[in-house]
Ligand binder design. Structure first.
Ligand code: MGD
Ligand code: SF4
Length: 719
C-alpha cells in the first residue's frame, strides 16, 4: 500500500500508447504501489485500471528466472553462458551457410528505444540484414505510410493538448474508451466543459466510446473509404473548404500522378452521399450532417483513429483520406485542429518509428533504400556502409512466412508474443517451430516461448532503465526502481552479449543506457526529429520533439509557426517533409476488404482490445482483480442475428473461417454491439481453442504491409 512506500520513482505506464506518467512506490526492493504522475502533462495524475494494477505483474509465479534451452523437446535450465553461446553459434552457422538474410529479428513497440536501437545496429549495421521487423507492423504501419505519403514525414503534427482546444471530435475506427482510456477521459472532460462540443463516432460496432457520441455512424465494415470520400464531396459541394489554404499548402494527386482540383472533384462524383449511403448502410443525411460539423467555419476539428483504419488492406489509403478532410478545410496545424493517429503501444513511436526498427527504416525516419541515409547511419554506428543492405528486409508476414518456408533459419523475438498475435496462426506457428527460435521474455511459458529453442529471462518494466516515446511525440524516461528477479537481465544486455559473441563487441561497449541514447541522439540532430539529451529526460516529465536546442523548449505543433522552430514566421505553415512544402490530397477510391462475406461465411469478423486486458495477457492475467473480472474472451453477436440463429447470451458457439475456428461464449447486448451481419472478438485469450488469430486473415496492405485483422469472413455455428 501507499503507506509503506520508501520512495517514489518516476516512470511511464507499461501499457498503451497514451503514455501516462507514473510514480512507482518502492518498499524493500519491491514495487508496492503505482500512482499517476501529477506533473506529467498526459494524465495529470490520473491512471486507468491497468495502470493502477501494474505492481501485480512483477512478482507473478510464471516470471522466468533463468535461461532455458530446449533439449529433446523439453526445456532445461541453462547458464547464461551456455544459452548465449548457443544463440551466437546458431546465428554464425546460419549466416556462414545461408547468408545474413537467413536470420531475423522480431521486436516490439514495448521495447525501450535503447533496446530497439541496439537490435537495429546489430542486425542492419553488423550482421548486414534488414530482416528486422516488429509488432508495430501489425499496429501502426498504415499510420506511418499515411503520414509519409501525405506529409512526407511520419508522426502527428498535433499533440494531446489539441483535445482541450477542439470543438468537434471525429473519432473513426477507435474504441478509445477501452484502448486509450485516459485520452478518452480528456475528451469526456472537454465535452462536459462546453455544451457546444460535438463528438462524432464512426464505427461498425457500437462501442463504449459511442457513449459520448452526438452522432454514431455504424457503417458496414470496410466501407469507410467511401464515407470519407463522401464527406470530402459534401465539403466541396457546400463550400466548406478553405480555398486559400488549399491553394497555398496542398497538391492533388491520384497515385503517382498530379491532378487538378477539378479532376479531384470529378473523381469524387462517385461519392455523393446518396450513392455512398447505399455502400455504407448509412443515411445520406447523416453523411451530410457529419461533413457539415467537420467543416463548420470557425470551429476546431480534431480527428482521432487507430486500428479500425490501420489494420486493413486499404489502411494507408484510409489514413490519407482522413488527412484529406483536414487539408481541404485547412483544419490542421492550428490549436485544436489536427488529424491525430492514436498509437497502440507505449513506444511504437519512440522505439520503432523513430529508431527505425522496421525492415525498411533506419534511425530518425531514414530509409534503407537511400544510400545517403545508409552512409549517415554507418558513420555513427562505426560500420562500413557497404555492409549495410539497400534492400528492405522481410516485413512481419513475410518474416513468419520465410520461417514456415524454411528460408529463415534463426529468429530472435524480443518483447512480443507472435505465437498468439499474428494472424492465420496455424501456418505461422509451424514456422516458429521450424526455425531456430530465440525468445527474450519476462514470463514462461507464453504462446511463443513454448515454441522456442532458447528462452532468455528478461527484466521487466522498472527493473531496468529506458526511454519510451508515446503517441504525441513525447519522449519519456523510465527509471530503474527495483532489481529484476532471479537471473533475469535487461534485453539490452541480451543483445550486447550476443553481439560480443558474434565479434562486434567493440561496437557495443556502452557503459550505460545514457551512452546508447546519446549515440542515437546524434542521428536525430538536424533531422527535424531532434531528440533531447538523456540527462534532461531523467529529470523532466516528457518532452515533445523536435527539441533542436538541447536546453530549449519542446514543440507543440509541427509544420507551423510560431511553434515549430523549423518554420519561419513569414512562412506560416510549411509541410517541409515534401520538397515543395505542400501536403498531398489524394484521390483514393473505395475498395472492398480482402474477404467479403458470402453464403458459406456470411458474417464479417472484427477483433480488438478490451479495457482490462493487454494484448496476449501475459501481464494482465497475472493481476487477480483483472482475471476475476475478465477470465475468458467471447464473441459479440448482434441481438437480431443471434435470434435468427437461435443463440442465447452465454451459449457456446463456433466462429469458423477458411483458416480455422474458435469456440467462444456468445455475448449479446454486451459492452459492444456489432451491427447486424458482423461479430466481434477480443484477441486476448490464451486458450488455443479461443485464440481468434487461428481464424483471422493474413492479407496485408500493399504499401504499409499491415495485416487486415479488422475484417474477414466467418460463419457462426452452435457448439
Ligand atoms: P503482447 O502481449 O503485447 O502481445 O501482440 P504482442 O506484441 O504479441 O506481447 C508482449 C510480450 O512481451 C509479452 O509476452 C510480455 O510478457 C513480454 N514482455 C513484457 N515486458 C517485457 C520486457 O521488458 N522484455 C521482454 N523481452 N519481454 C517483455 C500485440 C500485437 O497484436 C499488436 S501491437 C497489435 S496492434 C495487433 N492487434 C491485433 C488485433 O487487433 N486483433 C487481432 N486478432 N490480433 C492482433 N494482433 C496484434
Ligand atoms: Fe496506462 Fe494507457 Fe491506462 Fe494510461 S491509459 S494508465 S498509459 S493503460
Amino acid at each position: 500500500s501507499q503507506q509503506d512506500v520508501e520512495k517514489w520513482v518516476k516512470g511511464v505506464c507499461r501499457y498503451c500508447g497514451t503514455g501516462c506518467g507514473v510514480l512507482a512506490g518502492v518498499n524493500k526492493g519491491k514495487i508496492v504501489a503505482v500512482k499517476g504522475d501529477p506533473d506529467c502533462a498526459v494524465n495529470k495524475g490520473k491512471l486507468c485500471v491497468k495502470g493502477i494494477l501494474l505492481p501485480k505483474i512483477m512478482d507473478a509465479k510464471d516470471r522466468l528466472l533463468h535461461p532455458l534451452i530446449k533439449k529433446n523437446g523439453q526445456f532445461v535450465r541453462a547458464s547464461w553462458d551456455e544459452a548465449l553461446d548457443l544463440v551466437a553459434a546458431k546465428f554464425k552457422e546460419a549466416i556462414a551457410q545461408y547468408g545474413p538474410d537467413s536470420v531475423g529479428y522480431y521486436g516490439s513497440g514495448q521495447n525501450t528505444a535503447e533496446e530497439a536501437y541496439i537490435a537495429n545496429k546489430l542486425f542492419k549495421g553488423c550482421i548486414g540484414t534488414n530482416n528486422i521487423d516488429g509488432n508495430p507492423r501489425t499496429c501502426m504501419a498504415s499510420a506511418v505510410a499515411g503520414y509519409v505519403s501525405t506529409f512526407g514525414k511520419d508522426e502527428p503534427m498535433g499533440t494531446y493538448a489539441d483535445i482541450e482546444k477542439a470543438d468537434v471530435f471525429f473519432i473513426i475506427g477507435s474504441n478509445m474508451a477501452e484502448a486509450h482510456p485516459i485520452i478518452y477521459s480528456r475528451i469526456v472532460d472537454r465535452k462536459n466543459s462546453d455544451p457546444n462540443v460535438k463528438v462524432i463516432v464512426a464505427d461498425p460496432r457500437r462501442t463504449r466510446t459511442a457513449d459520448i457520441a452526438d452522432i454514431l455512424l455504424q457503417f458496414i465494415p470496410g466501407t469507410d473509404l467511401a464515407l470519407l470520400n463522401s464527406m470530402a464531396y459534401v465539403l466541396i459541394e457546400e463550400d466548406l473548404i478553405d480555398k486559400d489554404f488549399v491553394a497555398k499548402h496542398t497538391n492533388f494527386m491520384q497515385g503517382e500522378k498530379k491532378i487538378t482540383f477539378e479532376e479531384y472533384k470529378a473523381f469524387l462524383a462517385d461519392y455523393s452521399p446518396e450513392k455512398v449511403a447505399e455502400i455504407t448502410g448509412l443515411a445520406a443525411d447523416q453523411i451530410r450532417t457529419v461533413a457539415r460539423l467537420f467543416g463548420a467555419k470557425g470551429k476546431n476539428t480534431m480527428s482521432l483513429w487507430t486500428m479500425g483504419l490501420n489494420q486493413r488492406i486499404r489502411g494507408t489509403w484510409a489514413n490519407n483520406l482522413v488527412h484529406n478532410l483536414h487539408l481541404l478545410t485547412g483544419k490542421i496545424c492550428k490549436p485544436g485542429n489536427t488529424p491525430f493517429s492514436l498509437t497502440g503501444q507505449p513506444s511504437a513511436c519512440g522505439s520503432i518509428r523513430e529508431v527505425g526498427a522496421l525492415s525498411h527504416l533506419l534511425p530518425a525516419h531514414r530509409v534503407v533504400t537511400n544510400p545517403q541515409h545508409r552512409e549517415e547511419v554507418a558513420k555513427v554506428w562505426g560500420v562500413d556502409p557497404a555492409k549495410m543492405s539497400p534492400k528492405p528486409g522481410y516485413h512481419t508476414i513475410e518474416l513468419f512466412r520465410a520461417a514456415a518456408d524454411g528460408k529463415l533459419k534463426v529468429l530472435w523475438v524480443i518483447c512480443t508474443n507472435p505465437g498468439q498475435s499474428i494472424p492465420n496462426l496455424e501456418l505461422y506457428r509451424k514456422g516458429m517451430e521450424k526455425t531456430f527460435l530465440v525468445v527474450s521474455e519476462a514470463y514462461h511459458p507464453t504462446r511463443t516461448s513454448e515454441l522456442a529453442d532458447v528462452v532468455l529471462p528478461s527484466a521487466l518494466w522498472m527493473e531496468k532503465e529506458g526511454i519510451y516515446g508515446n503517441g504525441e511525440r513525447r519522449t519519456q524516461h523510465i527509471a530503474k526502481a527495483v532489481e529484476p528477479p532471479g537471473e533475469a537481465k535487461p534485453d539490452v544486455w541480451h543483445l550486447m552479449e550476443v553481439a560480443k559473441r558474434l565479434g562486434f563487441g567493440n561496437l557495443f561497449a556502452y557503459k550505460d543506457n545514457e551512452e546508447i541514447w546519446e549515440e542515437y541522439r546524434k542521428l536525430t540532430i538536424g533531422t527535424k526529429m531532434d531528440l533531447p539529451p538523456y540527462a534532461r529526460l531523467r529529470k523532466e516529465h516528457g518532452l515533445t520533439w523536435p527539441v533542436p536546442d538541447p536546453n530549449g523548449p519542446d514543440t507543440y505543433i509541427r509544420y507551423a509557426a510560431p511553434w515549430d522552430p523549423f518554420v519561419k514566421k513569414e512562412e506560416g505553415i510549411k509541410f517541409y517533409g515534401k520538397p515543395d512544402g505542400r501536403a498531398v490530397i489524394f484521390a483514393r477510391p473505395h475498395a472492398n476488404p480482402q474477404e467479403m462475406p458470402d453464403s458459406e461465411y456470411p458474417f464479417f469478423l472484427s477483433t480488438g482490445r478490451i479495457l482490462e486486458h493487454w494484448h496476449t495477457t501475459t501481464m494482465t492475467m497475472n493481476v487477480p482483480e483483472i482475471k476475476r473480472a475478465m477470465p475468458e474472451m467471447y464473441v459479440e453477436i448482434n441481438a437480431a442475428d443471434a435470434e435468427k440463429l437461435g443463440i442465447k447470451d452465454g451459449d457456446y458457439v463456433k466462429v469458423v473461417s477458411r483458416r480455422g475456428q474458435c469456440r467462444l461464449k456468445a455475448k449479446i447486448n454486451g459492452r459492444g454491439q456489432p451491427r447486424p451481419g458482423m461479430v466481434w472478438v477480443p484477441f486476448h485469450d490464451t486458450e488455443i481453442s479461443r485464440m481468434i488469430n487461428f481464424v483471422t486473415i493474413d492479407a496485408f496492405d500493399d504499401t504499409s504491409k499491415q495485416p487486415e485483422y479488422k475484417i474477414c469472413a466467418v460463419r457462426i455455428e452452435k457448439a
